[in-house]
Design a protein around this ligand. Structure first.
Ligand code: AMP
Length: 489
């Protein structure tokens, strides 16, 4: 089951961890809104509270007080496949012979069914259909006859796919990042302890300092007294497969992921977009909020050079950057739209044009991505209905042509507008005057020195793991995951 989620783990010197975990989850709310949970350990006993809904609704003051202990993990979840049901809410917790285990997972295993079958065959009973329980059971089995580090290594050898995990084994808190570093995970230092979190924004929220990213294939074990952490590089592959879409869409702009500030990455992608496909217009306008950083970079570059790349003459002010769509922040996912007519009305409820920047203007509308094409289609028609003279669409990522199997809720291939249409056909469908996407080369250029260190499966169809029915060759010669993982314990 694919899960786009947020994970956190905290170990403090005596102070209860529940409230910092709660604040950390608040900072990661954008990574999942379906359920929220915290598992703590007080040195004797594990405590757990997991509930459906947003972080603010999932915990009462009393719940946080009952979560005793200065060590714990937390999770926000947005399920992207399978049923929406509380049995998959996390952290997953289990008690067994050698102690208690809590597990928070962001990512997607590609061999979960196989591992589940094997474990079920030796008597493990499963209560959910999620990947996380599979990892927890495998780890619990390995902990019966191996120390913590060896047990984690064995589990990493067995599971394939993307995973950023925070784990509690009694009051020991750990973080593990999959060998290709597909999903983000970082370490932060707090005043009286350490934190592991999907994104550094959670560390900032707690007034902590980002120490560094957890390395691909690394296990980080936080000291129980909050004094530090140990690192174990359990798997070491030549290439990584960092998800580029984290930088483009998913992560908060104020987070630092794999050493890059997401906001600046998006601005740089916007600058590239101008260099590759800039078009003169009266106004550069972001789709709120997803297009904002891209549009700011695009407009900056547009004020320096002409679409052909020449310096702008002194008396040419270039393009104006302006907001033209006002968002109603209170229209959430729960908005009920039973008929197509009402679904179309939804866009008017969510976004209203600002007349002064739209009427009679030629507009370049900037967004981070087009998935199904619904948003761009509705926005172009909204701007036209509001008097826009021209609407040019520029997108800060390449066309999404294939599904994500690595943990981002995208869409099925049938739903992806770019899966079987050319850019010109898409332009026609969304009724824009022109449409251009950013190239994969530009994304790789901004994000990494080496294209082979990125997972761009959704825009290239080349995945870092074998996926049944998909072409997975990546344009590099690299060790297979099985070969690299068969190294000695
Ligand atoms: P669509 O209307 O399906 O083309 O979706 C495009 C819009 O959804 C853009 O404004 C994106 O910022 C946003 N978006 C992109 N990827 C996702 C995702 N995985 N989940 C939810 N929204 C997304």
């Amino acid at each position: 089951m694919t899960e786009k989620c947020g994970v956190v783990g905290i170990s403090l010197d005596g102070r209860p961890a529940s409230r910092p975990l709660y604040y950390g989850l608040y900072a990661l709310q954008h990574r999942g809104q379906e359920s929220a949970g915290i598992v703590t350990h007080d040195g004797f006993q594990q405590h757990s509270h997991v509930s459906m809904g947003l972080v603010g609704d999932a915990f009462t003051e009393g719940d946080l007080e009952d979560l005793n202990g200065s060590a714990g993990i937390g999770h926000v979840r947005y399920p992207t496949a399978g049923s929406v049901d509380s049995s998959c809410a996390q952290p997953f917790s289990v008690s067994f012979k050698s102690g208690s285990l809590g597990l928070s997972h962001n990512g997607n295993l590609v061999n979960a069914a196989e591992v589940r079958e094997e474990l079920a065959g030796i008597g493990h009973a499963f209560t959910s259909d999620g990947d996380t329980e599979v990892i927890a059971h495998d780890l619990a089995r390995n902990l019966l006859d191996a120390d913590l580090v060896r047990a984690v290594k064995r589990t990493m050898d067995r599971i394939h796919g993307s995973y950023a995990l925070t784990i509690s084994h009694d009051d020991t808190i750990m973080g593990v990042r999959d060998p290709q570093g597909n999903r983000p995970l970082c370490i932060g230092e707090l005043e009286d302890g350490y934190i592991l979190a999907s994104e550094s924004a959670a560390i900032d929220t707690l007034d902590g300092e980002l120490v560094r990213d957890v390395r691909p294939g690394e296990l980080v074990v936080l000291a129980e007294d909050g004094s530090g952490f140990d690192s174990y590089q359990l798997v070491d592959l030549d290439d990584t497969a960092h998800c580029f879409f984290e930088h483009v869409y998913f992560a908060r702009p104020d987070s630092v992921i794999d050493d890059s500030l997401v906001y600046e990455v998006r601005r740089n992608l916007g600058r590239k977009l101008w260099a590759e496909s800039g078009v003169e217009s009266d106004v550069v306008m972001p789709v709120p909020d997803s297009g904002r950083a891209f549009a700011s970079g695009y407009a900056d570059a547009a004020s320096e050079t002409t679409p052909g790349g020449a310096d702008r003459p002194e008396d040419d002010d270039g393009v104006e950057f302006a907001e033209g769509l006002m968002k109603n922040r209170y229209v959430g996912r729960t908005f009920i739209m039973p008929t197509q007519d009402e679904r179309e009305r939804a866009v008017r409820l969510k976004l209203n044009p600002i007349k002064s920047t739209v009427e009679g203007k030629s507009i370049t509308l900037i967004d981070d991505s087009i998935v199904r094409g619904t948003t761009s289609n509705q926005l172009v028609s909204l701007l036209r209905d509001s008097g826009a003279a021209e609407v040019h669409m520029r997108i800060g990522a390449p066309p999404i042509v294939a599904p994500c199997y690595m943990g981002i809720d995208m869409a099925t291939r049938e739903e992806l507008i770019a899966a079987d249409k050319t850019v010109e056909e898409i332009r026609e469908e969304i009724d824009a005057d022109s449409l251009a996407y950013l190239s994969t080369e530009a994304v790789a250029d901004v994000l990494a020195t080496d294209r082979t260190d990125l997972c761009m499966g959704c825009v290239t169809g080349e995945y870092p793991y074998d996926i049944a029915g998909e072409e997975t060759d990546r344009p590099v010669s690299r060790p297979t995951i099985e070969a690299a993982m068969s190294a000695d314990d």
